[in-house]
Design a protein around this ligand. Structure first.
Ligand code: PGA
Length: 254
């Protein structure tokens, strides 16, 4: 059975965007998707929490999905500064990124914690975009496949399906550096992820679940990366802050 996975291009704005530039960017992307008849990709924007409602309003008439960049694993309670998955859903989000390497590094998030967040996302009706990827030292030490397999096994919650989960493979050393693995390396890691998903979820579910590549995706390298068999889109940081670049990456995926 051949399954066609519709590419997902997700923009992770990280800690960028004030109301002026953030709203202008969202409005521009909404205009472009509206003007393009039946695009062959899905778009997702993950602005900072402060802009979620206003970007959501700017996207209200568009097919572009809205996501958070993180959520807490608990439903509510005494967690100063945190946001729950239910709050994101309430603010109009359909997706949330969990386990981004910047969260894992800056906030000491473990695989178990990421798994709990992904479970909370599912419970709130959100799609969890679960990020995994090796550091440069792990890559240099030949540990890439072990690390990725271990993170995937430990971060994927029970009940994960192609509808409620997206995996993003993001080598930590490729994020924001302008460096990317070779296409052969990306292909090998994505095939490994697909194989592991098949063991965990069964062949059919694994064949439908989208696995994104992230880390220095730019207009210049997107077409090559997006053409790989098991790459079903991109998680884009820096380039998602520029409408032309983000749009060009999206078009490369179709
Ligand atoms: P980058 O970030 O595209 O700026 O490398 C990707 C990410 O962190 O999701």
């Amino acid at each position: 059975m051949t399954v066609t996975r519709r590419p997902l291009i997700a923009g992770n704005w990280k800690m960028n965007g004030l109301s002026g530039d953030g709203l202008a960017l969202a409005e521009e992307l909404a205009r472009r998707i509206e003007d393009s008849a039946d695009p062959d990709f899905d778009l997702l924007i993950c602005p900072p929490f402060t802009l979620i409602q206003r970007v959501g309003a700017a996207l209200a008439e568009s097919t572009i999905a809205l996501g958070g960049q993180d959520c807490h694993a608990a439903e509510s309670g005494a967690h100063t500064g945190d946001i729950s998955a239910a709050m994101l859903a309430d603010a109009g989000c359909s997706h949330v990124i969990v386990g981004h390497s910047e969260r894992r590094a800056d906030h000491a998030e473990t695989d178990a914690w990421v798994r709990a967040k992904a479970g909370a996302a599912r419970a709130a009706g959100l799609v969890a975009v679960i990020c995994i990827g090796e550091t440069e030292a792990q890559r240099d030490g030949g540990e890439t496949t072990t690390v990725v397999a271990r993170q995937l096994a430990a971060s994927l919650p029970d009940g994960a399906t192609a509808e409620n989960t997206v995996i993003a493979y993001e080598p930590v050393w490729a994020i924001g550096t302008g460096r990317t693995p070779s296409v052969t390396e990306v292909e090998a890691v994505h095939a490994l992820i697909r194989g592991d998903l098949a063991q965990r979820l069964g062949d059919d579910e694994a064949a439908r679940l989208r696995v994104l590549y992230g880390g220095s995706v730019k207009p210049g390298n997107a077409r090559e990366l997006m053409s790989l068999t098991d790459v079903d889109g991109a998680l884009v940081g820096g380039a998602s802050l520029h409408a032309d670049d983000f749009w060009s990456i999206a078009q490369s995926s179709a």
